[in-house]
Design a protein around this ligand. Sequence first.
Ligand code: 5GP
Length: 199
Amino acid sequence: DTRPHAPLGDAPEHPDVRPRLTVLSGPSGVGKSTVVAHMRKVHPEVWLSVSATTRGPRPGERDGVQYHFVGDDEFDKLVANGELLEWAEFAGNRYGTPRRAVLERLESGEPVLLEIDLQGARLVRESMPEAQLVFLAPPSWDELVRRLTGRGTESPEVIERRLEAAKIELAAEAEFDTTLVNTSVEDVARELLALMAVV
Ligand code: 5GP
């Protein structure tokens, strides 16, 4: 059924058609955040959830833009107060999606995009089965290794941990509704927007 992808108002006989929650996931280093950044540039009106994380900012990252950078205690509090829609530990840090902002956007009829790891994608599938799960795959394993290593922002230990995680994450592709292969940032961003029924 392709109807949920159709633009709003296209099918008045299907009042259940509404913008959906779209989850973009895939192995670390595959280029999720590059795709998302490009999408925001082309379509700044598309709302993207800003996650909370206990990871420290990379050079150029700003609090409240790429992430809400929080301490361990603050993250504990978010979890305890039920303020996260989902959260997961990834390569030694915790990451979570603030619940209220996402639900508000969906209720107001806006499409919502989450860029999260595989564990998070599974949790969203459980709690919100209507979400569409999109898997971003690398063109090849070698290319993924190249990208993770070439980023130059992580230590060899961190890269090793992320490659280990990536092996597991690649095997999960079949759980997703759609796979997009990251051959070109522009193409993938366009395909993602089409899946979100933005264009
Ligand atoms: P990075 O440290 O490279 O920014 O992110 C590491 C991983 O955490 C990526 O796969 C990213 O998609 C994922 N991630 C970012 N935010 C969230 C979140 O809110 N929840 C979950 N489960 N994963 C997230």
